[in-house]
Design a binder for this molecule. Sequence first.
Ligand code: SUG
Length: 445
Amino acid sequence: MKQFEANFDGLVGPTHNYAGLSFGNVASKSNANAVSNPKQAALQGLQKMKALADMGMVQGVLAPQERPDIYALRRLGFSGSDGDVMQQAYKEAPHIFLACCSASSMWTANAATVSPSGDTRDGKIHFTPANLTNKYHRSLEPQVTGNILKATFADPDHFSHHQHLPDNEHFGDEGAANHTRFCQEYGGKGVELFVFGRYAFDESKPAPKKYPARHTFEACEAVARLHGLSEDNVVFAQQNPDVIDAGVFHNDVIAVGNQNVLFYHQQAFLNTSKMKAEILRKFGSDDFHFIEVPDNEVSVSDAVKTYLFNTQVIRLPNGNMAIIAPKECENNAAVAAYLAKLVTLNTPIKEVHYFDVKQSMQNGGGPACLRLRVAMTDKEQTKVNPNTFINDSSYDKLCTWVNKHYRDELHVADLIDPQLLIESRTALDELTQILGYGSVYPFQI
Ligand SMILES: N=C(N)NCCC[C@H](NC(=O)CCC(=O)O)C(=O)O
């Protein structure tokens, strides 16, 4: 039996833009109103997917969502033709309108939490779409995310899909961005690390003061229950509230794990030694590498600017681990020096590969934000929708599709162009055929 981790990257949608929607996410706010290039954004993402496939990784793709979200706007009282709804919303409530145009589903680390079959009571892979309640533009995603996940992982004998948690900040859930899994073998039993920013039902506990803690302890517990995980393969850890206030809006901006490695910044967690001891105890082997990056080598501010920890740590077929990093890391002297040193240390990480995902980075989304990890066996892989895997032929098809349908310049004001809605729906309709999804979007149902 072969067992591996597959990465399912989000394809950037045709309305990719910079609207400054995410309070607490420094890049999103500082690039508000910049001109975007949706075509380049989608191609940058596809190039990363193809490069990982070429390294021998199992690489999949998840479709973007339909935007502007006319249904969300109608629900808020805007009416008339689709064009009227857009015009009226833009005039009367521009912030709401812009929130309904975001291509934010591209960051599939926030699509869901996934527990592989080795961890779950019933031996199936479990998926819970994240409710993303803290940001209105992101709270529009979970229903269609669920449809897309079901169209990708359809076989009920192997995949179990849950409804997203209640749409309430008490159960704020940001999905796999705050979840990492350790294991000896991908198909065996692992240890799932759930990271949260605050306790929703206990105000006496520490919490950030400036920026929101999007993900709660109670949401972590609920997902662990839904997925049928056992106490001995779950660890809950709280983010350091001070780093949330420094712009670390998801834990994957300051920590990343894979198999027997946790790569993290010294300031990432609230009670690091307790967490480490629990991980080691539950992991069941001393062959574990805690790679802690101290402040004096890389500051939290540099980590947030470069996304050193929003890197993918992947196990290559040759047995080495590689770090998939954004170019911003290469361009920062302290971070580049750290990574050059890291590959010489006694850890499984032996390679670093840099990628240009700037269009996404400018909204606070690095390489790790763009992917949802699904550890699986070769048998489970045969049950996944085969059209969603990246290979030479699907890559060519998707690049042709992007080049045909996407604009290479989008100003925030262009979002009210009714032609953009028509272009996006036409593109997505064609995409559902390429990916063999059936109907997943409201305009198709
Ligand atoms: N860390 C992970 N896993 N994901 C990154 C998500 C970035 C996203 N940015 C945005 O939604 C910005 C959209 C805008 O401002 O136009 C967010 O803040 O939720």
